[in-house]
Design a protein around this ligand. Structure first.
Ligand code: ADP
Length: 448
């Protein structure tokens, strides 16, 4: 079964587990170190006594041995005893060295309740006489001490772990407090609207999390604002031609009209239908680009050839308003691009230049190389764009002059489409303008 514990409980449990583990490991290590040094101390020559039970009966004498002779054992013997306790041992007695083999080891209780190791030996001089040599080791004292230590550890480990975990719990709670604040504020921001922000008090990990969330809220608020603006703009763009068409039809139908009047009304309606269609087509194109559906079919495109090819269309547009048209092209600048889209981009710019330039004005199209990019500049001597409008002209539905009507009224999507085409080609578009003197649009496209 999966337990749904919160971070605070999980951290505290982990903390408890790790502390307990460390304490257990430390206790085991100290226990073994302690027991080794206690046994080492106990086996020091001064603490050891060899007693000899002369002529002891091996059957009965072992039951209750008594101390008959006391010997001090040598360091050498002690080392032998420690290094090969299960092998043959040499015991030095006043009678000489005695070899003790493993089968003669016996552990027995002595009178004083001390645990001792007894060595049943025969003197090489008197093989018939059994002797019992006992090494008295204060083993029981050591084991008693160790048992007491074990009892202490059994109580100390859980108590120490609990004592460590209580401040740990409060520490975790304190550390996680900003998370609760962030969660609460984020929840409120989601409910109340996107205007509030999380207060950033520290520059630690949680402070950075708060900053990241604030930035996310910023861009969310921005996109919600843009979406609302977009919906309002679209509604407006659609409502205006529909209102004009309704007005025109109501007027035409209100009474019997002449053929000329009907013709005039239909002309107005046709203009509005065209406007509606171009708005919807433009929107569709931008939406397809936004959604990544609009892909470009890249081929090698010679820009000089493409612009020369378009020049007759451009000239025709200019001729209608008696605008002087000039070409400055350098040859052989090739890019990887979609010819149809590039045509649309340049035509939109020329169309705007013609639209916003008064008769007898000038329009120049030039193509040059700028580093690794092809630079296409379309400049006009038109009305220009005021500085307050300039930063917004590439936005959807943005129009510097909102009062224009009829054919002169654009959908406000032309430059947004130009920008998206330039970006689809890995390039960019920019504009400079002086009111009353004209505008210059620069398109930079990476050369192949
Ligand atoms: P529109 O369909 O209204 O022309 P665009 O996106 O093509 O929409 O242009 C946005 C706005 O930029 C226009 O409404 C106009 O005010 C301004 N603009 C674009 N090109 C020019 C230009 N060559 N000269 C002056 N103003 C321009």
């Amino acid at each position: 079964m999966k337990m749904n514990l919160n971070i605070k409980s999980r951290l505290t449990l982990w903390y408890l587990l790790i502390i307990t583990l460390i304490l257990v490991i430390l206790s085991i290590v100290t226990y073994f170190l302690l027991s080794r040094s206690l046994y080492d101390i106990a086996r020091k020559p001064s603490d050891l006594t060899i007693i000899s039970l002369n002529s002891a009966d091996t059957d009965t004498g072992l039951q209750q041995p008594s101390l008959l002779t006391s010997y001090t054992i040598s360091e050498e013997w002690l080392e032998t005893l420690q290094s090969k306790p299960s092998d043959t041992l040499s015991i030095y007695t006043p009678q000489g060295q005695i070899e003790v083999d493993q089968k003669n080891y016996i552990t027995a209780e002595m009178k004083g309740e001390q645990q001792v190791q007894l060595f049943l030996v025969s003197s090489p001089d008197h093989p018939t006489v059994s002797e019992v040599a006992a090494i008295v080791q204060p083993v029981s004292k050591v084991s008693d001490t160790l048992a007491a230590y074990r009892r202490v550890l059994i109580y100390v480990i859980p108590i120490a772990a609990l004592l460590a975990v209580i401040p740990g719990f409060f520490l975790v709670r304190r550390m996680l407090k900003p998370v609760n604040t962030i969660t609460k504020t984020a929840l409120e921001i989601g409910q109340k609207g996107l205007s509030d922000r999380i207060e950033v008090t520290n520059q630690d990990e949680l402070g950075r999390l708060a900053e990241t969330l604030n930035r996310t809220f910023d861009s969310l608020q921005d996109s919600v604002k843009r979406e609302r603006q977009f919906t309002a703009d679209v509604s407006h763009e659609i409502r205006t031609p529909l209102s004009i068409m309704r007005g025109e039809t109501s007027l035409a139908l209100s009474k019997e009209r002449s053929a000329d009047d009907y013709h005039q009304s239909l002309k107005v309606i046709a203009v509005e239908i065209n406007h509606l269609l171009s708005t919807i087509n433009g929107l569709l194109e931008l939406t397809r680009t936004d959604n990544g559906i609009e892909t470009i079919k890249k081929n090698r495109v010679n820009l000089a050839e493409l612009l020369t090819d378009m020049s007759s269309d451009m000239e025709t547009l200019c001729e209608e308003k008696s605008i002087k048209f000039k070409f400055n092209l350098i040859n052989s600048l090739t890019i990887e691009g979609d010819e149809v889209k590039l045509r649309e981009l340049f035509l939109n710019l020329i169309d705007n230049a013609v639209r916003y330039t008064s008769p007898e004005g000038n329009i120049t199209v030039s193509l040059t190389q700028f580093g690794n990019e092809a630079c296409i500049v379309i400049s006009d001597s038109g009305i220009g764009i005021a500085p307050e409008h300039l930063p917004h002209i590439f936005e959807r539905f943005y129009r510097a002059d909102k009062t224009r009507t009829g054919n002169a009224r654009g959908a406000g999507l032309g430059l947004a489409i130009c920008k998206s085409i330039a970006e689809l080609h890995g390039g960019k578009i920019s504009a400079e303008s002086i009111v009353g003197s004209g505008s210059t649009f620069t398109v930079l496209l990476p050369l192949s």
